[in-house]
Design a protein. Sequence first.
Length: 564
Amino acid sequence: MSLRPNLARLIANIRRCGDNVLARRRSRYRRRENCSHPPPVKRSSEYLNERTNHDLASTVLSRNPRAQIREPQTIGSIGDDEEDVQKGGFLVEARETILVITRIAVVITVINILLIVYLITRLTHTSLFPPILRKGIEFLGPIFIKFGQWMSTRRDVFPRDICDILSQLQRNATPHPWLYTERLLEATYGRSWRNLFVRFDEDPIGSGCCAQVYKAWIDLSVLQDPWMSRFVENRAIDESGEFTPVNPYVRKLQAVAVKVLHPGIKGQLKRDIAIMRSLFKCVTYFVPKLHWLSLTDCIDEFARIIEDQVDMRLEASNLARFSTNFSRRNNIVFPYPYLYLTCRRILVESFHEGLPISNYLEHDDVVLQRKLAKIGITTILKMIFQDNFIHCDLHPGNILVEKAIVPKAGLFSIFRQVITPDYVADDPRLIILDCGLVVSLNDRCRQNLRDVFYSVLMGNGEMAAQHILEHSSHVTHDPDGFKCSMRNIVKIHLCNPFNVNVSTVVSELFSAMVRHGVKQDGSFSSVILSMLVIEGLGRSLDPGINIFTEILPYVLSSAMYNKR
C-alpha cells in the first residue's frame, strides 16, 4: 500500500523536472529569437472602421512571434557608425577621427574651389557660379545635397538665382548594395524573415539621399503557417513577378514598399553637420555683413529636419496622421504604414501603383488636368489652414496619379455623395509619398500667416509688411523701404485679384526680404514654398486656376473668428 504514494511522488517529480527542462528551453529560444511582443500601437478610429487587408496584416503580425521586429543587436555588423562610436574602443575612435579629418579636407578643398570660381564670376560678370555650386554640392554627397535642397526653400535668406539652381539638385542617389539590406532584414526580423516576405525584389525601385525603396510581397497565409514549404511560395510568384494563386480562398498576398536607410547615414550626418557649423561660424566671423543671416541657426534648423528624416518611425507616424486627416477625402491617398513591422531603419508601407503627376502636364484630357490641379490646391490648403500639418516635400516626383475606378451605381454610392459633398465617383486620386519632411506652425506663426494673406487679399501691402516685420527674427535697418516695396508688389500684381500669379508675387516678396534684411521663421518659409510648388504645378495643369480664390474662404473665416 505504501508503494502507490511513492510512485505518485516519483511521477510528480519527473513531470516537474520535465516542465523545468521545457521552461529552460523555451527561455533560451525566446532569448535567441528575441520574440518579445511590442507594446500595442494606438491607432485612430478611422483605421479600425474598415477591416481591410492592411488591418488584417497588423492583427496577424501582432499575434505571430515570428513576425515581431527587434532593433538589431549587432549594430557594427550592419554599419551604423554613430552607435559604434558610442560603444567606445580605441580603434573605433581612431577610425572616426580619420574619417572626420578626411572629410574636412575634402569639404575645404571643394569650398576653396567654389570660392575661387565665385570671385572669377564676380569679376567677369558671368552667371556660371550657380551651376558650378550645384555640381560641387552633388560631389560632397547626400547630406550636402539635402542641405542644398533645403537652401532652395529659404528664398527669404538666399538669392533667387542660387535657390533656382539648387532646386534642381538630383534626388536619385547611388543605391547601397543588397548585402547590407539583407543583413539588416535578418538582424531586424530574424533569420526566418523570408517567411514574412514571400518575395523581396533585390533591385530597389528608387534611391534617395537618405534611404532606398524596395518592392516586396507579404503572404498573410504564410504568417499564419510559417512552415509552409518554399515550393508552394515559388509557385505563387513566377519569374516575371506575376502571381499564380495556389488557392485564392486561402492566400492573401499583399504588395508592400520597404524603405531602408542607407548604411552609416546617421554617422555621416553627425560629421557633416559639425563641419558645416564650424565653417559657417568662420564665414560669419570674417564677413560680419552675413551676421543677419544667422547661418548657425540655419544649420541647427536643417539638422532638426534631417534628423527626423533618418528615423522611419517618425515617417510612419506622419503617414498615419495624414491618413486620418484625409480619411473623408476619396481623391487623396497616403500609403498605409505597417506599424508592427516598422523600426528606426526600416519602414514597411502599402505599395501603390501610379504615374508621376508630371506625366499629365502635356495630357490631352483638359478636364482631367483641371481636376488634378483642383485636388492639389485644395489638399495643400487643407494641410495649412485646417490641419496645421504640412507636407513640405511635395515635388512632382512625390505625387502619383491613380486612374479613377468608377464604382457600380448603388445605395452606398448615393449615400456617400449625400454625406460627403466633395465626393465624385470618377475623380482621379493623388497618391502622396515620402512624408518624412513635415512642418507644423506654432500659434504665433499660424496667425501671422493668416494676417499676411488677409492683408494681401484686401490690397493693403503696408499692413502685410508690418505683420512680416513684427514676426521677423532680424530687425531691418530700413522698415519703411520694405513697406514701400511690399505696397508696390501688392499694387502691381493684385490689381486683378482673379488672375494672380502667386509664383511671381512670392518671388518678389522674398527678393525684397533679402534686399532689406528681413528674415522669417524657417517653418513659415517652408509653408509658403510648399504652397508655391503646388500652385506652380496646378497652373501648369490648368493655366486658369487662381489659388487666391481658394484661399479666400479660409482667410475670411479666420478673420471673422478673430473679430468675435
